[in-house]
Each structure stands twice: as structure tokens, then as C-alpha cells.
Design a binder for this molecule. Structure first.
Ligand code: NAD
Ligand code: MLT
Length: 313
């Protein structure tokens, strides 16, 4: 059986596919047009966030049985179309969560102590000690939207540095939220009470554009917004306005409407918005974890027709 790897995958995952006897076609990246040709004769397709699996691509596939996402988000896969084509879809839950939670925490510290501004002003030859006074996170309220694998680790990190964690996850009971060390709140309370809000939900019909002019206006004046989840959950134009207008003190984004983010994007011109290029899962540790997990899961599925992480059984 043949497996096509469409985005870069750590060698430890490739080794597992080889040991399991799969024929491999390996790409570090591949265009949609190239993939539509290459998909013929492929039993398993490995993707990360750069490859989109559409109905049109699935129409081209003749023997495809499984799409494996080396990561968490599945918003780049048309799952109903995969189901209609009898193609299983799986992700690797939990395998990059620590990396993403640590990046969110790093952004919280960086925003509260003006680290990126301190660095850029020093490089420009200025010693702006008096303008860069920060705030401590101790005692501040962190609102966490989504208390799944990443949100719950962030809650542990936040309580470890003595922040108060409040949060919302409609798919968990209040008891489950409390078990994560988080006070359950409504969406409005999350907006109104948080000094920092960090987003850890999938992009879906409910979450697209959830942070817009109206909802950001309900946030506490001087609060910070952090999005390490998916582009499109935060309205980038409205965020620029909220920060430039002084309602929000700043924001950090790891994910964008368009990736790679164009160099002329307005969001890059706003001093108090810190941007990172989708680095949430990019640690050495997490890339090994996701590669091993996706290779083991897909091998099991291709050999037995079963794996517990199939989302469209
Ligand atoms: P997860 O599935 O473990 O957790 C997501 C949680 O969000 C679930 O508990 C779910 O119940 C909750 N949720 C869904 N809709 C919600 C809503 N409307 N309001 C509040 N909560 C809601 O996923 P995860 O591993 O924690 O990852 C979360 C998202 O982060 C992924 O879907 C992915 O898009 C993104 N992500 C980004 C990076 C990165 O590199 N920046 C890395 C990993 C994951
Ligand atoms: C994910 O959803 O896992 C992330 O976007 C990370 C990635 O694919 O690199």
C-alpha cells in the first residue's frame, strides 16, 4: 500500500511507515494541482495545515482510505466529503498541545512585559526603560475559550504563575471545567472579566468571526487578546481598530485569515499586535510526537480498518 506525505513530517514518523512496509511518496509541500495528480493509487494521505483536502481532491482519489492530520485542527479537511467518499479522517489529539499552550503563555508574558517592543527599540538604538514599564501576570484573570487539550494545559500553566483562570467550553460540564482548575463563566463574563483572553477552540461555524467589533467592545478596557487557535476566529480588521483605538492594550496572533500572511497586511503595521508565523506546534518535541502518532494510527487503520482517532466513523 502507498502513503503520500504532503507536508513535512519528522523522520521518526517516516521510519514507522517504512518499518510497516508502506511504499512512500514524500513531499515537503505540494500544490493543489500536483496533489490532484499524485493522489491516484494512494491509500493513505498525511497532511499538516498547509494542505487542504477538498471534495474535488477526493474525486480524483481512486483507492484512498485514510487522511491523517499530523496535528489537531481539521478545518482544512472537508469531513462530510471524505465520509461520502468512504475515506476515514483522523488527527493526533494531544500530541502538540503542550507546545501550543506554552506559546500562548509565552505571548502572555511577552505582552505584559513589552518584550518585542523592548527588543525592537533597543535595536533601533533607543533605551526606552521609562516607556516600557510592564505589568505582572500574578493575580490577573485569564479567560480561556475552549478547555480541551491545549486550554487545560494553559490553565495549569496560568494557575502555576498565580493567575486566576476563568473559562468557557459548551461541550464540558461545569464540574469538568472546575476539575481543570477553571471557574466556569458565560461568554459575556469571559469578555468582561478577563485581563487576558486566550482562544483554544477549533474553527467552526460557531467560532468563525467570534471576536469582532461588538464582542471586543465588551472586553475589559486595557485587556489583551491571544489567538493561537485558527485564523478567522478573530476579525483582524476589527482587532486593529480595537488596539489602535486604545480599547485593547494589545494582542498576539499565531494564526491568520491568510497564511502565509502577506507582508503588507494591516495587522503587521500595528505596534501593539505581536505576530508569530503559526509556530504553536513547531517545537522539536511536538513534531516528533505528531509524526510518530500519525504514522502509528494510519498504519493501524490501513492494516486493520480500525483506529480510535477516526473522527468520521
Ligand atoms: P481540542 O479538541 O482538544 O479542544 C478544543 C476544545 O474547544 C474542546 O474541548 C471543545 O469542546 C471546545 N469548543 C468547541 N467549540 C467551542 C466553542 N464554540 N466555545 C468554547 N469551546 C468550544 O483541541 P486542541 O488540541 O485544544 O486544539 C484547539 C485548536 O487549536 C485546534 O482545533 C487547532 O485549530 C488549534 N491549534 C493550533 C496550533 C498552532 O500551531 N497554533 C496548534 C495546535 C492546535
Ligand atoms: C494544529 O492544528 O495542529 C496546528 O495548526 C499545528 C500544525 O499543523 O502545525
Amino acid at each position: 500500500m502507498k502513503v503520500l506525505i504532503a507536508d513535512s513530517l519528522h523522520a521518526d514518523g517516516i521510519k514507522i511507515f517504512e518499518e510497516q512496509g508502506f511504499q512512500l511518496e514524500i513531499h515537503k509541500s505540494i500544490s493543489a494541482a500536483e496533489l490532484a495528480k499524485a493522489i491516484k493509487g494512494v491509500d493513505g494521505l498525511v497532511i499538516r495545515s498547509a494542505t487542504t483536502v477538498t471534495n474535488e481532491l477526493l474525486d480524483q482519489a481512486d483507492v484512498l482510505k485514510v487522511v491523517g492530520r499530523a496535528g489537531a485542527g481539521l478545518d482544512n479537511v472537508d469531513i462530510p466529503a471524505a465520509t461520502a467518499h468512504k475515506v476515514a479522517v483522523m488527527n493526533t489529539p494531544g500530541q502538540n498541545s503542550n507546545a501550543a499552550a506554552e506559546l500562548a503563555m509565552a505571548h502572555i508574558f511577552s505582552l505584559s512585559r513589552n518584550l518585542t517592543k523592548a527588543n525592537s527599540t533597543m535595536r533601533a538604538g533607543r533605551w526606552e526603560k521609562k516607556n516600557l514599564q510592564g505589568r505582572e501576570v500574578k493575580g490577573k484573570t485569564l479567560g480561556i475559550l475552549g478547555l480541551g487539550n491545549i486550554g487545560r494545559i494553559l490553565a495549569e500553566l496560568a494557575t502555576g504563575v498565580k493567575m486566576r483562570a476563568i473559562g468557557l467550553d459548551p461541550y464540558l460540564t461545569p464540574v469538568q471545567i472546575k476539575e481543570r482548575g477553571v471557574e466556569p463563566v458565560s461568554f459575556d463574563e469571559l469578555l468582561e472579566r478577563s485581563d487576558f483572553i486566550s482562544i483554544h477552540v477549533p474553527k467552526s461555524k460557531e467560532t468563525a468571526n467570534l471576536f469582532n467589533a461588538a464582542t471586543m467592545a465588551k472586553m475589559k478596557k486595557g485587556a489583551y487578546l491571544i489567538n493561537c487557535a485558527r485564523g478567522g476566529i478573530v476579525n483582524e480588521e476589527d482587532l486593529c481598530d480595537a488596539v489602535l483605538g486604545g480599547h485593547l492594550a494589545g494582542a498576539a496572533l499565531d494564526v491568520f485569515d491568510t497564511e502565509p500572511l502577506p507582508a503588507n497586511a494591516r495587522i503587521l503595521q500595528v505596534d501593539d499586535i505581536v505576530c508569530t508565523p503559526h509556530l504553536g506546534a513547531d517545537t522539536f518535541e511536538s513534531q516528533i510526537n505528531v509524526a510518530i502518532a500519525v504514522a502509528k494510527q494510519m498504519s493501524e487503520y490501513l492494516k486493520t480498518g480500525y483506529n480510535e482517532f477516526v473522527v468520521n466513523r
